[in-house]
Ligand binder design. Structure first.
Ligand code: CA
Length: 233
């Protein structure tokens, strides 16, 4: 998987490069909008900073989108909500605000790639640890092969948290992804749904609360990673 990183801030770019490589991504790094648009080697996704020295990142986003449907994740230090909205309207697939952790960026990349590169129709359910499987096509969840009935938002929350087991997801990230892209209200409903998942999936997963930040899902037993498309028969 090859990522084109467009970022003029060297420390940020260096830490992203290191982090992405650790997770198996190849990274091509350019520091200007012009270099991003001139870049011709094939890549699978663009990480695009908005504050570039030569052009506005939003213009780069627009130009890249005109050329095709290469996934674009905008990264920006700008706190202005307008940038986020405009970025997404211009065709960016997701938006990450600085400062961010590498795991958060990885989780966003994987989520975007999953959305933009649909899995083959015959792929089976995703297995997490030794007990839990999530069939994303049918929106069905099983523990030890037995189906567990989840409310729609409980399923959405589980589907989001299992996109990157072990990653710390902030409350804001979760609320945006699962409830509403423009959610700024209280997040008590999130705690209620987390409690329901803990109860219904006890023993198969744990959802650790990280005070003041968010939640981290861990799978139970055996391998810690997920084996996508695992045969559950
Ligand atoms: Ca910048």
């Amino acid at each position: 998987m090859r990522v084109l990183l467009v970022e003029d801030d060297e420390p940020v770019a260096e830490s992203l490069r290191r982090g992405l490589r650790r997770y198996g991504f190849e990274v091509e790094w350019v520091t200007t909008g012009a270099a991003a648009l001139a870049h011709s080697a094939p890549c699978d996704l663009v990480l695009l900073d908005l504050g570039l020295p030569d052009t506005d990142g939003l213009d780069v986003c627009r130009a890249l989108r005109r050329r095709g449907d290469l996934p674009i994740i905008v990264i920006s230090a700008r706190s202005d909500e307008t940038d986020r909205v405009v970025g997404l309207e211009l065709g960016a697939d997701d938006y990450v605000s600085k400062p961010f952790g590498v795991r958060e960026v990885i989780a966003r990349i994987r989520a975007v790639l999953r959305r933009t590169q649909p899995r083959p129709p015959d792929a089976g359910p995703d297995r997490y640890g030794s007990r839990l499987t999530v069939d994303r096509k049918a929106a069905r969840v099983r523990v030890d092969g037995a189906e567990v009935a989840l409310a729609p938002k409980e399923y959405d929350l589980l589907a989001f948290l299992t996109e990157e087991p072990g990653a710390l997801m902030s409350r804001e990230q979760i609320m945006e992804a699962v409830w509403d892209a423009n959610w700024f209200g209280p997040t008590k409903t999130l705690d209620v749904h987390v409690a329901a998942l803990r109860r219904k999936l006890a023993g198969a997963i744990t959802i650790e609360a990280v005070r003041g930040v968010g939640f981290r899902l861990e799978t139970a037993g055996g391998d810690d990673g997920d084996t996508r498309g695992a045969d559950t028969s």
